[in-house]
Design a protein around this ligand. Structure first.
Ligand SMILES: [Ca+2]
Ligand SMILES: [Ca+2]
Length: 289
């Protein structure tokens, strides 16, 4: 745990110096000041009913976790992902298909590769894998309300950058799919995942990138009314703009990998839901080599 210890030490030092972000081992955490805001969207889904919530100050990774970052974690720990252990991942081609051999190194199935995708978000990682990564660096997954606050701040905006469409004559702000549901589109330059710093104009009020699009992101929150399911946020490369809204919600079981789902880590602030850890305890993974 030398890496974890040194990261925590460096992050602490930078925070004490009052700097806005900390960079170590490729993990770049942005200070989110906390505050009270209205979560949800009165014009959205029933589970987006607006309500006022308060978020304590915390830190959140500026980008999604990349393949390079995840490879460093695997090299240090020998971690085997749930998709590697089950031998099956989930691949989106207009609908979800279970694909044997799809895992984080072969994100779209056998024959695919991350060789030229080092700076793309890691995918085919379960909520349990994401939790393990964050814990290794003394971090944690963000809660749903933390995620939404980091994405929109306090002014009720529809997307991290404001209310304008993800792509218009003024620019490209996110990697997403077709305007109509629900197919990939390379009109923004990327059919599937994009490098994590490719869309700076899509930054949130706090400078957090790709909160809308590229890949969906696991949170630390159990989805209300669906025990054992984990909430995801942000939409991904196969989604239309409606699903990229900062308040849009989705739920998945915690033990599956998908080629449109990744994560980022948080620190400080709220105590994370412990369901992931409890679930891992009930279903111990195979010993690492
Ligand atoms: Ca795209
Ligand atoms: Ca994202």
């Amino acid at each position: 745990m030398i890496a974890a210890a040194s990261l925590a030490l460096i992050a602490l030092t930078v925070a004490a110096a009052g700097c806005g972000s900390a960079t170590s081992s490729g993990l770049d955490l942005v200070e989110i000041p906390g505050g009270t805001f209205v979560t949800g969207d009165a014009e959205g889904e029933p589970d987006e009913a607006p309500r006022q919530v308060t978020v304590e100050p915390f830190r959140l990774m500026r980008t999604e976790v990349t393949n390079r970052m995840f490879a460093a974690f695997v090299n240090s720990t020998g971690h085997r992902t749930d998709a590697e252990q089950s031998g099956v991942g989930n691949v989106w081609d207009g609908k979800w298909r279970r694909v044997s051999g799809a895992d984080w190194r072969q994100p779209f199935g056998p024959g695919s590769s991350i060789a030229d995708r080092e700076n793309h978000p890691v995918v085919q990682v379960s909520a349990g894998d994401a939790d393990a990564f964050c814990r290794f660096y003394d971090l944690r997954l963000p809660t749903e309300k933390e995620w939404e606050f980091a994405a929109r701040g306090t002014d009720g905006r529809r997307y991290p950058w404001g209310d304008d469409a993800p792509q218009d004559s003024a620019g490209r702000r996110a990697n997403f799919g077709t305007v109509q549901c629900c197919a990939p589109s390379a009109a923004d330059g990327y059919e599937t995942t994009a490098p994590v710093e490719r869309f700076p104009d899509g930054a949130s009020p706090f400078g957090v990138l790709d909160m809308a699009g590229n890949v969906w992101e696991w949170t630390a929150s159990e989805f209300p009314g669906r025990p054992g399911f984990v909430a995801l946020r942000g939409g991904g490369w196969g989604n239309n703009p409606y699903c990229l809204r900062v308040s849009y919600r989705h739920a998945n079981p915690p033990d599956i990998g998908l080629d449109m789902v990744g994560f980022r880590c948080a620190a400080d602030g709220a105590t994370a839901w412990t369901g992931l850890t409890q679930w891992r305890r009930r279903s111990p993974p195979a010993p690492s080599p």
